[in-house]
Design a protein around this ligand. Sequence first.
Ligand code: T1G
Length: 698
Amino acid sequence: MTSPVSYSLEGRIGVIRINNPPVNALSQAVRAGLEDAIKAAQQDASGIVLIICDGRSFVAGADITEFGKPPMEPFLPDLLGAIERSAKPVVAAIHGTALGGGFELALASHYRCALRSAKVGLPEVKLGLLPGAGGTQRLPRITGIGPAIQMMTSGAPISASDALTAGVVDKIFDGELEAGARAWCDELLSADTQPRRTSDRSVDALTDEELAAIRAQVAKRARGQIAPMEIVEAAAAAATKSFEEGMKLEREAFMRLIQGEQSAALRHLFFAEREAAKISDIPRDTPKRDIQTIGIVGGGTMGGGIAMSFANAGIPVTLIEVNDEALERGLGIIDKNYGITVSKGKLTEEAAAERRQRIVGSTDFSDLASVDLVIEAVFENLELKQDIFRRLDETCKPGAILATNTSYQDVNAIALVTARPGDVIGLHFFSPANIMKLLEVVRGEKTAADVLATCMALAKKIRKVPVMSRVCYGFIGNRMLQDYGREAQLCVIEGGTPDSVDSAMEAFGMAMGPLAVFDLAGMDVGYKAREILPDDQKGDPRAYRVADVLVEAGRLGQKTGAGMYRYDPDTRRREPDPEVLKIIEREAGALGIKRRNIDDKEVHDRILFALINEGMNILDERIAQRPGDIDVVYVYGYGFPAHRGGPMHYADVVGLPVILETIRSFRETLSAENWTPSPLLERLVEQGTTLSEWARNR
Ligand code: T1G
């Protein structure tokens, strides 16, 4: 097996070249190759050592696939120490992204150059870790402690020019990296440049007040994640301890984190997100249709947000509305959204204008005749959608993909009104569609393989996270949300309050409690959806009694200033409303419900186990391909805490036997109708199998 690392003496430059596709991760073989190469360079006639990578990027980090397995030498911190101790100056030449252990490799080198297009970063916090190969000790010694903490706790990469300003890169090239790097090495050689070891530098300590302020800010933003706080302490030690002591502290923190539940959950999500983009029965090299132009039918909130998603990715959009007034309103929403983005400093005026001009409005349906993909985003009514698809079938060119943004309607029933059901698919965006990353790609019975492959790839192009769902009521996310919402509402009417239930779920880590989410979405949405359902599908009438009474009283949620909560008109902060408590108590009485204390554990178990149980049914029915797919849906679309890994990963953390036993007890004590254990859950408990083992062997 040839080593992924080569070393060759070229003139007086010892060139260490890493070639470990796809991202030059620091696998054991790469680490061993680097160790051999840096040793060789100490013995030969080289005057300077250049570390450079083949492929699309400099090293993108430690090899995450090795985590959880017995660590193998050479250990990265030791290897980077050996590189830094090199008697000859070491230059790292960066292109693409130098991330995590890759950027730490560059920091352990003595000098760093980069292509202007390159980025560098320490994203370990996104995996529930801290930089574990000297990043917490070397970076502060260059940037200062405060900026280092900011960079490591955000995990966000910075541009080469920002890195130059921060002093972590010394030189930037345009054009060809290796030529530029070699020329710079020659300059350094002729100047008799000596090794410049970052670990030799010292760094000013923060004042107690500065450190206290940073701790408070990081703790607030961490929302229960522990790695950010560990980063603060490790970085602060760079000023108060020797490099060796700081490295020891970093190592201890790293081992704590990598063995913890939060990092396991975040690493699970890292791979689950990438796995979700793959469709097990469609080859990765399936030819994709060429999508250059998009049509959108419906310029409401969703249609406008979807239009922006494509325009932001450089794809022109034709936005169709029924008349000029509706079109003006739709385009007005888009203008307002771009204006907000500019006012927040996230986009320049020019960039916003460039994106905005890619969206062209029209009231002429025939303007869709030549687009490559159309997305219908009109009101949630099956007949209306079917009429539109009949017109699309007549209007759009052969080979155009016809997509519906429906949240609930039967994609198969929509496809069947066309003569080309193979071209029909569901693209379920989440509001606000220009912000939310989740995209449920709904595969109809007749959806063609290349249509599916095209849409999964297109999702990535518009920076969405795609998850395939087959057709059922509510697909993956909204179907599970039914039971999640039912139990939240029942906890309220049976003894809790909106605030007690939401607080329990936000303490668990949900970005927003379920009742507050209903207020955000508008309770009239659920009210109307239930209205058109047959009685036997409306669910437990007790569950929506309070919401229905509030809607009928005009309390729809945030949009009317009051719903489950009252909202401050200026800050939009939610406040418990005594009026709502009176309504809850009155309706409970009318339903003969004797209210009782419902503690946080009961709220947690009822709401989360209902979610997990329905997720099991979705897997059993093959609506979702994998448990990880459901986790991606809930973390990216519904605010489930990433450091819990998603509902299905969390099911294995809690333990399937515990969940099954609890559901069976709820069946006895709460409602036999609401609590039917998923057959898959029962089978796995019977077999003594975890969900992740089942998924691996499926
Ligand atoms: N290790 C192993 N495999 C990796 C990997 C990694 N670090 N990064 C990516 N891959 C795989 C990925 O699973 C996928 O595989 C393929 O490469 C393409 O990735 C000691 C401990 C680099 C920005 O967190 O952010 O260093 O699906 O689809 O969209 O302090 O990958 O093709 O089979 O994402 O172009 C720190 C993680 C690690 C960076 C490229 N580094 N990677 O994005 O491609 S911890 C990271 C990324 C660490 C040290 C600590 C992205 C990317 P497959 P992709 P992309």
